[in-house]
Design a protein around this ligand. Structure first.
Ligand code: 5CA
Ligand code: ZN
Length: 406
């Protein structure tokens, strides 16, 4: 699938710093990629295209964009893959409810997402991969699991037996009770009769009347959710890539299951060196979600005249590991900050530019501390100085590292 337009990414003078990120699996900070690697590999779970990009999605993709930018600043060759869940229950349900062809709905929403990402200056993945274009890849991945003895059938639907992975549970660290609850909440079927373990997850859904399906060696049907991400990540990045990313709502079951499936299929581990999760953005006291409909949409704000750079700055105001609620005043506050920064970047001189850039790098490489990063730029913008190169230098760093074009 075609991704979107790549923004210009200027090179920032001065020494880069090594990025440390919080890893959900080991519950601590890790440095990725390893020091002897020239490449950095990242997989971020993409959208299910049945509604427009909301601020929660945007926060997620901007967070992983910062990782991409910090790695590039360090000179890594970044390999970035993102999927699109362009066939799944919620998409099919929405298409039926609104009387739109499911393929049409997906195509529209994917295009809107591309436009939003372009406006927000998010660097596109090299591999932007839909499930519909990956049916053979996914069915081959299920075959690999079958050869590993990890697959069984319930009335023609194929399931992954979690007991075949001795490391199952190692991504989320949740206890079984929590896993069961979250599994039921997030698309799983713990109570289905005939399963060997309530947590076993669907790999291949046998064809149903009125649903799209494809021929495969597994019989006619369509892929389950988790195996799509393990199959796409393994093909385009390979095992033991650096960062597996998404929102905290994907920790379990999605990232747990994708990692397990890949580990059992390959006999290797870990799936990813770090599992990085964006906290939830909400509205009016609840998680922003397409199913609840409590959305602030990037495209709507853009149409209403919001500067995409102010939207991006509003998202960066919060640390990615803190849940937060979108407030009506957020955009105006971000616009005011952007105006101050733009004014400061347009001056003839300012305080020490190299020091400001180093403060920015120090904050961002410290587990993407955007709160400290924004404070560093504020402090620079609000003071006077006689460094004539500083305004241009800081503008370049804010563009390359924060993705905010002044
Ligand atoms: N297609 C799957 C992943 S394979 C999916 O979760 N799609 S999604 O459209 O529901 O979400 C897209 C991305 O946005 C995911 O990484 C998800 O974790 C993240 N996300 C969804 N809602 C929020 C929210 N309210 N706050 C922050 N991130 C969110
Ligand atoms: Zn995914």
């Amino acid at each position: 699938m075609q991704a979107w337009t790549k923004p210009d990414i200027p090179v920032v003078p001065g020494p880069a710093r090594r990025l440390r990120l919080y890893d959900t699996a080991s519950r601590g900070l890790v440095e990725v990629p390893p020091t002897d690697s020239a490449t950095a590999r990242m997989y971020v779970c993409g959208i299910t295209p049945y509604d427009a990009t909301h601020m929660g999605h945007a926060a997620t993709y901007v967070t992983f964009d910062l990782i991409n930018r910090m790695w590039r600043d360090s000179g890594y060759d970044v390999h970035y893959t993102q999927n699109i869940t362009d066939v799944d229950d919620p998409l099919l349900e929405r298409a039926t409810a609104t009387g739109v062809e499911w393929t049409e709905l997906a195509a529209q929403e994917i295009q809107l997402f591309r436009d939003d990402m372009t406006a927000l200056r998010v660097i596109p993945p090299q591999h932007y991969i839909g499930v519909v274009e990956s049916i053979d890849l996914v069915s081959d991945a299920v075959e690999d699991l079958r050869r590993a003895g990890a697959v069984y059938s319930v009335d023609g639907d194929l399931y992954f037996a979690v007991k075949t992975d001795p490391l199952f549970g190692g991504v989320s660290n949740y206890d079984r009770e929590t896993m069961r609850e979250l599994f039921a909440e997030r698309g799983g079927d713990p109570d289905r009769e005939g399963k060997q373990d309530p947590l076993d997850s669907l790999l291949w859904r046998h064809e149903r009347p009125g649903e799209p399906s494809w021929d495969s060696g597994l019989g006619r049907g369509r892929p389950g959710w988790h195996v799509e991400c393990s199959a796409i990540a393994l093909k385009y990045l390979g095992m033991t890539f650096d960062v597996q990313g998404g929102g905290t709502d994907l920790i379990f079951p999605h990232h747990e299951m994708s990692a397990s499936g890949a580990q059992v299929a390959t006999g290797e581990h870990p799936f990813a060196r770090a599992y990085v999760h964006q906290a939830m953005v909400g509205l009016d006291g609840e998680k922003m979600s397409k199913s609840k409909g409590n959305l602030v949409l990037v495209s709507k704000e853009r149409l209403a005249g919001a500067d995409p750079m102010a939207i991006r700055l509003a998202l960066l105001t919060h640390h990615y590991r803190t849940d937060w609620f979108w407030m009506p005043s957020d955009l105006a506050d971000a616009q005011a900050r952007l105006d101050v920064w733009r004014g400061a970047a347009g001056r003839g001189s300012g305080p020490d530019g190299a020091a400001a850039v180093d403060a920015l790098r120090a904050a961002l490489t410290n587990d993407l501390d955007t709160v400290a990063a924004l404070a560093a730029v504020d402090a620079w913008a609000e003071s006077e100085g006689d460094d004539h190169e500083a305004p241009a230098l800081v503008a370049v760093a804010v563009d390359a590292l924060l993705g905010v074009k002044l």
